[in-house]
Design a binder for this molecule. Structure first.
Ligand SMILES: [Zn+2]
Length: 98
């Protein structure tokens, strides 16, 4: 028997957006209530997160900005819409039993 665990969160449960630098592993955390936008550059070590693909920097930054705006907009109107929107996230490894 396969036991499947599902984990989901609603958008209003999101407190912040987190960006972990792959070079120095420092995390930049931007609260959802903040107007700060991701810069694409690590504030700790200065690593450029989208190099060596400068042609997609604008596309990725625009997508991130749109994503953050979408999440905050949906979350702020969650009580007024007729469904509960959530996203499913990966949890612990699925267990097997007998
Ligand atoms: Zn860094």
């Amino acid at each position: 028997m396969v036991i499947e665990k599902r984990h989901s969160i609603t958008l209003d449960e999101i407190n912040a957006f987190q960006f972990e630098c792959k070079k120095c592993r420092v995390k930049t955390i931007i609260p959802v209530t903040s107007d700060v936008q991701p810069t694409g550059v690590c504030r700790h070590c200065g690593a450029t997160w989208f190099a060596p693909m400068p042609q997609i920097v604008g596309v990725v930054q625009m997508a991130l900005s749109n994503f953050i705006e979408a999440v905050t907009t949906i979350a702020s109107h969650s009580k007024e819409i007729g469904c509960i929107f959530s996203v499913e996230i990966k949890g612990e490894e699925d267990g097997e039993g007998t």
